[in-house]
Design a protein around this ligand. Structure first.
Ligand code: GCU
Length: 642
């Protein structure tokens, strides 16, 4: 794998080390990884003739995964609360050295805010990836586990270097082949994958099928109230832990998008989750239970059912009923990974229940790794948005939210993520899950510098492009929080009414005079699910953030925004601007030709051209749609293409 992108943020450093390292201290995997890192990043093999001592030591006074870096002229000490903390310390120091930070003044304590920093792969046993845009699965081939071992190790290193400590490898939509991962047939191979990730401090999670007792266990029902079903899960857990003693647990998508689940059997979600939680508990395992439940067979004429209300309605009344080793995994927004959504009202609302926050790194609705889109910018907004009157999500991340989870964007493409710059999203995810207080700006700059070097002539323009990219994409996407104006099924490119008359509950209800769904207490009452402070904010058109206006309110096209512009003119303008912005990105990228490895430069250039075509199509289709509906021309007289 000689390609530039393969090394991702572990590229050979463009900075010089300035000393010859001599390593001492606690010999463990972290010690070896640090030595390997010095050699592969700086070309310097640590040895006895070194002139600067770096010691690795365990400090039991530190939290388990924490580390300190303390340097002076005589040497530097990496201390870890455990060997795992030391491993993070080793990667942390290597990154700082690559960024050119002076070692002799380092004085740092790093500890994760969030205990479970999780990546969910949506990989199928046949090697395809649901919503994957970077090749095939790294974990599966031909109906079973299958991988390239050196590549798998390199992947484990990449993930560990950004602090990820749990991964699921199989899709939450569990099909028969991957259902078998918890059987004698599947476990030996999966145990080998676990072995690869174990030294890197990464534990596996298995996505399981709710009907396993039936399809694998031969029982007549998967009803959680049936003692035979409880026994099935207990036996399954015992078997799984014999093969993978440090398994983090199971992941379940139940009663969602045609998947079976407790509700279909007349049981509640807690009954379904707890029966599995109790099977896992003796082994220290956990069940991640997804809250992505809604009516996916809605009649579009039904205006009383409102999909964003579904998760809260289903789960909030059950607060306090889930066992301690259940983590409810909640998508960040109440809709489904759209470009712009408010935060889910379920986040932080359940005070007696562990929650995990779910993001999507893979760019399903955000340009599919053809279009540039820095997810960190969106996550930062999510963390900064109040969900209760008392606290912000950033604080919640360290308290009620015990896990931060994201759907991975990686595959067998040589550069892992298809779009080279989409590596920034994986990098930022790990770092933000470790500490949600880190800013998108800092993480983006770090990623750019680690990947392309610290030269400001490269670092500044690429960082600026990335940081702007989310807003640029939003400009040519569905306006003002509407979402869903995508082509059905594959979700790339515009189709304003693609989902409008379908069963998925995704309606904007545009007529020739007005658009949007009234989700206030005068409408579907979705806003009533929020704490008072947040409810009031969204309830009024005056205080509702404009970027979410059409998510919460139904408005005429002539509605005046704060700057005096009409809603319709805003839509026209942003869609024209989005295309101009992409053209500007192309000019910037072209100007970097001599400063970036040719292969990397060309591959991004190609993606930007695809993005331009996409942005133009969005502009033309969306603007034309609204022009035809309203008959109101663009005030600036530009041509709206048909
Ligand atoms: C989205 C996505 C599906 C996925 C689902 C989920 O709807 O399009 O592919 O299965 O989310 O999160 O379960």
């Amino acid at each position: 794998m000689g390609s530039f992108g393969y090394r991702a943020w572990l590229q050979p450093a463009k900075t010089q080390l300035g000393f010859l390292p001599k390593l001492t201290g606690h010999r463990c995997f972290a010690f070896e990884e640090f030595a390997y890192g010095l050699e592969s990043l700086f070309g310097k093999k640590p040895g006895d003739d070194g002139d600067y001592a770096i010691s690795l030591e365990i400090d039991k006074g530190l939290p388990w995964e924490a580390y300190t870096l303390r340097g002076d002229l005589a040497g530097l000490r990496i201390a870890g609360g455990s060997e795992k903390g030391l491993l993070y310390g080793a990667y942390g120091l290597l990154a700082r050295l690559c960024l050119g930070e002076p070692v002799e003044t380092l004085n740092i304590l790093e500890k994760p805010t969030v205990a479970h920093r999780v990546l969910n792969h949506w990989d199928n046993a046949d090697g395809t990836i649901e919503r994957g845009y970077a090749g095939k699965s790294i974990f599966f081939q031909g109906g079973r586990i299958g991988y390239d071992l050196p590549r798998l190790k390199d992947y484990a290193r990449l993930l560990a270097s950004i602090g990820i400590n749990e991964i699921s490898v199989n899709n939450v939509n569990v099909y028969p082949d991957s259902a078998k991962l918890i059987t004698e047939e599947g476990l030996p191979d999966l145990a080998k994958v676990a072995e690869v990730f174990r030294p890197f401090g990464i534990r596996l999670i298995i996505s399981v099928h709710f009907d396993s007792p039936v399809i694998l266990g031969g029982l007549p029902t998967a009803d959680p109230a049936d003692p035979a079903v409880a026994k099935y899960w207990a036996d399954a857990a015992k078997r799984v832990y014999q093969y993978i003693p440090d398994l983090a647990g199971f992941l379940m998508k139940a009663d969602s998008e045609f998947r079976s689940g407790p509700a279909a059997l007349g049981r509640t979600q807690d009954e379904g989750a707890n029966i599995i939680a109790r099977a896992l508990a003796p082994f220290g395992g956990r069940i991640y239970w997804r809250c992505f439940i809604y009516n996916c067979k809605q009649d579009w004429r039904d205006t009383t059912t409102d999909r964003p209300k579904a998760a809260y309605n289903e789960f909030f009344p059950l607060d306090g009923k889930f066992d301690d080793n259940v983590i409810l995994q909640v998508k960040h927004g109440p809709s489904d990974f759209q470009v712009r959504e408010p935060n889910s009202p379920l986040l932080g609302a359940m005070t007696q229940t562990h929650q995990g926050l779910e993001f999507q790194i893979t760019q399903e609705y955000t340009g599919q790794q053809k279009d540039l889109y820095a997810t960190a910018v969106q996550w930062e907004e999510i963390f900064d948005t109040p969900v209760t009157d008392a606290c912000m999500t950033r604080d919640l991340a360290g308290r009620e939210v015990t896990a931060i989870v994201a759907v991975a964007n990686t595959g067998t493409d040589a550069n892992w993520t298809g779009h080279l710059l989409a590596q920034a999203n994986l990098y930022a995810f790990g770092r933000m899950a470790w500490n949600p207080a880190q800013t998108a700006e800092q993480l983006t700059r770090d990623w750019v510098a680690l990947t392309f070097g610290t030269d400001p002539a490269v670092k500044e323009p690429i960082s600026a492009m990335l940081l702007e990219s989310r807003w640029v994409y939003e400009k040519y996407n569905a306006p003002l929080g509407l979402g869903w104006m995508v082509n059905i099924n594959h979700h790339y490119g515009p189709s304003p009414e693609g989902y409008e008359y379908m069963k998925w509950g995704t309606y904007h209800r545009a007529t020739h005079t007005a658009i949007g769904v009234d989700r206030t207490t005068h409408g579907t009452e979705f806003t009533a699910q929020y704490h008072q402070y947040v409810r009031d904010l969204y309830e009024s058109k005056k205080t509702c953030p404009e970027k979410l206006l059409l998510f919460f309110h139904r408005l005429p096209y002539t509605y005046k925004l704060k700057n005096g512009q009409t809603l319709l003119q805003y839509i026209y303008d942003t869609h024209f601007e989005g295309v101009e912005d992409v053209q500007r990105f192309i000019t910037i990228w072209d100007s970097l030709q001599d400063k970036i490895p040719p292969e990397a430069h060309t591959s991004v250039q190609e993606r930007l051209q695809l993005q331009l075509a996409n942005a133009q199509e969005w502009r033309d289709v969306i603007n034309n749609y609204f022009y035809r509906l309203t008959g109101i021309p663009d005030e600036k007289g530009r041509k709206v293409y048909g």
